[in-house]
Design a protein. Structure first.
Ligand code: CA
Length: 224
């Protein structure tokens, strides 16, 4: 689980970060609205914890911008103001939940878990993802860290197969059968050729690689 925290009070931001990291969540922090918006649009998160009143760009603006691009990431709005009006405004701008300061960390964690459960329900079944890599099986499109990756149909099916089996070593025979519907013949190197094509599109230019060769066995898609 990767979580973005947008909060301008350093003490509170660090407190939240510490609490989330203790739960083994990965955390990015932004201390103002503008950089929060940038991160939210560039990377893919499982949840965004967003303060309402921020320098540069308000939480509402961040929320609206994120919703314009990505309708599914759960957003929890934080605010010191507890009036119903603010709450309605926050929810109208696309936030999924609302927490009034001061709050208990356990309360925030419970809300995050609840939203993550909701996020992983059917609405999102069309999406396969790992790290910053996302595949939308309904539009047949792929993204890494928010940037589109243009794939041929065969590359697409190969990536879909790898993502569905992420973390598992796949033999060339298994890949050939599932992606090409052919039985693997050791005379062909089609699998290796396409894995290389995919590497060039998915991993090239990124510091962390997702597609790994397992010597003598095949390939595995996993985070380093
Ligand atoms: Ca604030």
């Amino acid at each position: 689980m990767k979580i973005l925290v947008v909060e301008d009070e350093p003490k509170l931001a660090l407190f939240i970060e510490k609490g989330l990291k203790e739960q083994n969540y990965q955390v990015d922090i932004a201390y103002d609205g503008e950089s929060g918006k940038k991160l939210a649009l560039q990377r893919s998160y499982d949840c965004i914890v967003l303060d309402l009143i921020l320098p540069n760009c308000s939480g509402l603006e961040v929320c609206l911008a994120v919703r314009k691009e990505d309708s599914t990431v759960p957003i929890i709005m934080l605010t010191a103001l507890g009036s119903t009006e603010d709450k309605v405004l926050g929810l109208d701008s696309g936030a999924d939940d609302y927490l009034t300061k001061p709050f208990k960390l356990s309360e925030l964690l419970a809300r995050i878990r609840a939203l993550a459960r909701r996020k992983n329900k059917p609405v999102d079944e069309a999406k396969l993802s790992m790290g910053g890599l996302e595949l939308d099986t309904s539009t047949k499109s792929a993204k890494r860290d928010g940037k589109s990756i243009v794939l041929t149909s065969r590359e697409y099916f190969l990536l879909e197969f790898l993502l569905k089996n992420q973390g598992r070593v796949l033999s060339r025979a298994e890949i050939a059968q599932n992606v090409w519907d052919i039985s693997f013949d050791s005379g062909t190197n089609v699998v290796d050729v396409y894995v290389n094509y995919l590497r060039n599109k998915v991993d090239k230019g990124f510091s962390s690689k997702f597609i790994h060769t397992v010597f003598g066995m095949g390939y595995i898609l996993k985070e380093e």
